[in-house]
Design a protein around this ligand. Structure first.
Ligand SMILES: [Zn+2]
Length: 233
């Protein structure tokens, strides 16, 4: 989500480890680049700040803004992630024993300090939900649906990633509005991304996928028995 110019200034001081002098603090707030940064999603300018400091060793407002604009254009922070209809075993919550799912949720929320890892916000009734990140390897045979991580998302961001479910549950407009707000996208850009996601979903849903959840073993020490049968090559 967008933030205030004061929050942008605090981020600059935090990332650079350099408290500004009083006169420079006031001047910072008047800079047009600071206002432009404030209008961008927090996750975008945070990533742009850290990559710019790593690359340049300093954080000028102009180079920070340039990096943030590129970051937003090339890697939108919030994406629709439609799970193929042929992936029968794609929901860890329903398949893991309750105690193992509890370990996943606890690990994810603690790592994220109970804040959304995309927009930095929290939900009104509970702060975050655990979201599975999948990779679909269709160059391999059999095709592989691989778990590559768990992240914490606020309910609004989580709903937007599962746009298909948002649609059938009557929350499509709300989820699309959130997608646009987080990514700084127009309604037309959101619609284009949804169409792209649906096209990818239709392609993937024509195939069977073998499930790979070894990530749970390596990252969390959870040993899981996969229930979905291996896909035929
Ligand atoms: Zn969020």
């Amino acid at each position: 989500m967008a933030q205030s110019v004061v929050q942008v200034r605090a981020m600059w001081e935090d990332v650079t480890g350099t408290p500004l002098r009083a006169d420079h603090r006031a001047a910072f707030l008047r800079r047009p680049e600071a206002a432009a940064l404030a209008a961008l999603p927090r996750v975008v300018i945070e990533l742009a700040a850290s990559t710019t400091v790593a690359r340049c060793g300093e954080l000028r407002l102009s180079t920070w803004l340039d990096a943030a604009v590129v970051q937003r254009a090339t890697a939108p922070p919030l994406r629709i992630e439609l799970v193929p209809s042929t992936c029968w075993w794609s929901n860890l919550r329903s398949e893991l024993p309750a105690e193992q799912w509890a370990v996943c949720k606890r690990w994810s929320s603690q790592r994220a300090s109970r804040r959304c890892e995309i927009c930095g916000e929290c939900g009104p009734r509970w702060p975050v939900e655990c979201h599975e990140r999948w990779q679909y390897l269709d160059g391999d045979r059999p095709r592989m649906q691989r778990l590559v991580g768990l992240i914490s998302l606020c309910p609004a961001c989580h709903q937007a990633t599962h746009m298909g479910f948002a649609s059938v549950s009557g929350h499509l407009d709300q989820a699309m509005a959130h997608l646009g707000a987080v990514n700084g996208w127009s309604p037309e850009q959101c619609a284009a991304h949804l169409a792209d996601s649906q096209s990818v979903w239709e392609c993937r849903s024509r195939h069977e996928w073998t499930l790979d959840v070894d990530w749970l073993v390596h990252a969390l020490g959870i040993d899981v028995v996969v229930k979905r049968p291996a896909a035929l090559s």
